[in-house]
Structures are given as structure tokens and as C-alpha cells.
Design a protein around this ligand. Structure first.
Ligand SMILES: *[C@@H]1O[C@H](CO)[C@@H](O)[C@H](O)[C@H]1NC(C)=O
Ligand SMILES: *[C@@H]1O[C@H](CO)[C@@H](O)[C@H](O)[C@H]1NC(C)=O
Ligand SMILES: *[C@@H]1O[C@H](CO)[C@@H](O)[C@H](O)[C@H]1NC(C)=O
Length: 330
């Protein structure tokens, strides 16, 4: 899965809100925000994870889990063609007063969600906040600004149905959960890594496509079909004049240290710096990205891809690794 240490890696969100800014287009021109490099910035991090008003899930809380280095907290994303304004929480709260934001997806969404809540909570002194969790849904509110930020933990987006025959992953439907996805001003979805899980981790027994059940199926193709199904839901159900819709691309793992010239290292254990420069020396997941872009291109309504793959590839230092919950995670 794609875990990142909390507070080491919140720029994805800043991109979202920049893209969401009304005049972002005119101030950033046609700059490609996703092409650039990580720059050391001594004024970072933007928040201290100890100051979050709620406990951070252990998986992401590298600092409390004993990670000794801190340099990984001090990198800022610098696009090649333009400068990003520094995230300003107070300004954000004013602009999003009375609004609601929804995240839906796997650990990438969860990670970004909690980083974002910390970022907002610590932006104004003594801000009152409220986080509640019911089932798979977390709801965070800042009453003073009537702002609501919700997370729906849904790792595959499409329906997973328990039947007498087994657990069926229905690639043609999102109706099981989609009732939770209405009434928001901004929505950010993602799914990826779970599509490639194998037993015993994979949470389904059969794929269902049309009226047919399959014991297995090409995983990338299944992923593409599912994103397409979600896209059809957007086309049929979302009023994009009221709701902005984003899809977060995926964030690859860092299992193979030979990719950055350290064949003797153990995955990303003890990596303390990003890859500098803008080019990842290892392989870029072109096939996967092509499948995702193809699925998104069939959606008629405006959906913005947050193309984070390249920028997160450079962050071999961003994962909890041995400072995550259960030891060596990528
Ligand atoms: C937080 O929100 C929950 C759910 O809406 C509510 O029941 C609870 O009273 C709130 N807590 C505070 C301190 O406002
Ligand atoms: C919301 O999602 C939960 C699963 O997390 C599901 O059981 C429930 O039916 C959904 N509610 C709506 C209104 O779709
Ligand atoms: C990582 O660093 C820790 C603490 O310095 C050390 O004990 C461990 O051997 C290192 N692991 C690897 C794979 O380099």
C-alpha cells in the first residue's frame, strides 16, 4: 500500500486547492504543476504533527513511532515552470467557509485526509474542531467556519457483496456506497493498490462483470473497468457546476532500491532524503498510468486528475517503513 508519514507529504492537497482556486489558471498559466523537484525548505514543515487535536493513526505517526530523522519533513514541491503559493490555512478557512469536502479511497486518501486535518487545525490558534468516526466514515468539522471534511474509507470504490457463493466484487456498480457521496462542494477519490492484491489479502473471491463471474481477471483491466464505472456514476449523478471532482492518481511503492542506485539497501528502510532533481531513475509505471488516463478520458463531466505519481516516486524517504504500525511497510 502507499503509506506516507504524516506531515512529511501534504503537498498533494495543496495542489488540489490550488487547482480549486478560481484564479489559479490565470496566475499559474499553463504551468505543469506535476513536473518539478523537491527543494529543501528550512521553514518546513507547515505543521507539527504533535499539535494535531486528535491522535494520528499509528500507521502514519512516524515521529511518535520513533523515527529519528526529521529532514524528510522539510521538502517543498517546486514545479519547474512556476512557483506555488505557500499554503495559507487562514485564507483557506475563509474561502471554504460553509463548504464541505469529501475524500473517498484507500490509504492514500486516508493519509492525505489526516494530514489535511492537521494542517487546517493548526493554522489558527485554539481553533475548535470535532472528529467523529462511524463505521467507515470519518467526519471532521470546524464549527466556527461551518466547514466539514469527510473521509469514506472505500478501497475499491465499486461494490463488494457478500453472497452464498463468496465475496463478489461487482465491477459495474458503485451503488453500495455512493449514497454517502452527495452534497459536497469538492470530492477527491482514489483507488489503486488493492486491485493487485492476491489471496489471502484480496478481499474478494470473484469478479463480476456483466452477468459473469470470474475467479480471476487481468488486474489492471479490472481497475480500469472500475474507474470507468465510477466515471459513469459521476456523469449520471454529480452536478459539476456545484461540485468539483478530483481523482488522485496513484503513488507507487519503493520496494526496489536498485532503482535509485542502492541495490544493497533494504527497500526504503532508513532513506532520509528524496531523489533530487525531477527524474526518477527507476521505472515509471506507464502502463498503469495509461489505463487510468484512458478510464478518466471517457468521463464526460469535468474530472481533474491529480497526477501525483511522478512527484511521489521521488519521495523514497516519505514512507513510514520500520516506523509504521506493523514494521516494514514500503
Ligand atoms: C462532535 O460531533 C458529534 C457528531 O455530530 C456530536 O454528537 C458531538 O456533540 C460533537 N462534539 C462537540 C464537542 O461538539
Ligand atoms: C454509506 O456507506 C456505508 C458503508 O460504509 C453503507 O453501509 C451505507 O449504506 C452507505 N450509505 C448510503 C446512504 O449509501
Ligand atoms: C536503519 O537504521 C537503524 C538505526 O540507525 C539501524 O539499526 C538499522 O540497522 C538500519 N537498517 C538498515 C537496513 O540500514
Amino acid at each position: 500500500m502507499a503509506y506516507f508519514c504524516v506531515s512529511g507529504f501534504s503537498p498533494i492537497l495543496m495542489l488540489i486547492f490550488l487547482v480549486g482556486l478560481k484564479n489559479a489558471k490565470s496566475c499559474l498559466g499553463d504551468c505543469n504543476l506535476y513536473e518539478g523537484s523537491w527543494i529543501f525548505d528550512s521553514s518546513y514543515p507547515l505543521y507539527d504533527s504533535d499539535k494535531c487535536p486528535f491522535p494520528i493513526e499509528k500507521t502514519y505517526d512516524c515521529k511518535s513511532n520513533g523515527r529519528p530523522d526529521t529532514q524528510y519533513l522539510k521538502y517543498r514541491w517546486q514545479p519547474t515552470g512556476c512557483d506555488l503559493p505557500r499554503f495559507n490555512g487562514q485564507d483557506f478557512l475563509k474561502r471554504y467557509q460553509g463548504k464541505s469536502i469529501l475524500f473517498v479511497g484507500d490509504s492514500l486518501s486516508r493519509d492525505q485526509y489526516f494530514s489535511f486535518l492537521c494542517l487546517l487545525s493548526t493554522s489558527v490558534p485554539n481553533l475548535k474542531t470535532n472528529l467523529t468516526e462511524v463505521g467507515f466514515i470519518s467526519t471532521f468539522t470546524i464549527p466556527e467556519y461551518e466547514l466539514k471534511v469527510v473521509l469514506d474509507r472505500n478501497v475499491l470504490l465499486v461494490d463488494l457483496v457478500d453472497t452464498a457463493e463468496g465475496r463478489i466484487l461487482d465491477l459495474d456498480s458503485v451503488k453500495q456506497d455512493a449514497g454517502n457521496w452527495t452534497g459536497f462542494d469538492l470530492m477527491i477519490f482514489n483507488t489503486f493498490h488493492w486491485w493487485f492484491d492476491r489471496p489471502p489479502h484480496q478481499p474478494w473471491d470473484y469478479f463480476k462483470i456483466g452477468n459473469k463471474l470470474y475467479k480471476d481477471f487481468d488486474r489492471l483491466e479490472a481497475f480500469e473497468i472500475a474507474v470507468g464505472t465510477w466515471g459513469k456514476w459521476v456523469d449520471a449523478n454529480v452536478d459539476t457546476s456545484k461540485t468539483k471532482v478530483f481523482f488522485q492518481g496513484f503513488s507507487p511503492d519503493h520496494y526496489d532500491p536498485a532503482a535509485w542506485g542502492q541495490p544493497k539497501a533494504n527497500k526504503c528502510v532508513n532513506q532520509t532524503t528524496p531523489i533530487l532533481g525531477s527524474k526518477y531513475p527507476g521505472q515509471y509505471p506507464t502502463r498503469e498510468m495509461t489505463a487510468l488516463k484512458r478510464a478518466l478520458s471517457k468521463i464526460k463531466k469535468p474530472v481533474t486528475l491529480l497526477d501525483i505519481t511522478g512527484l511521489s516516486l521521488l519521495r523514497k524517504d516519505g514512507h513510514p517503513s520500520i516506523y509504521g504500525y506493523s514494521g516494514a511497510k514500503e
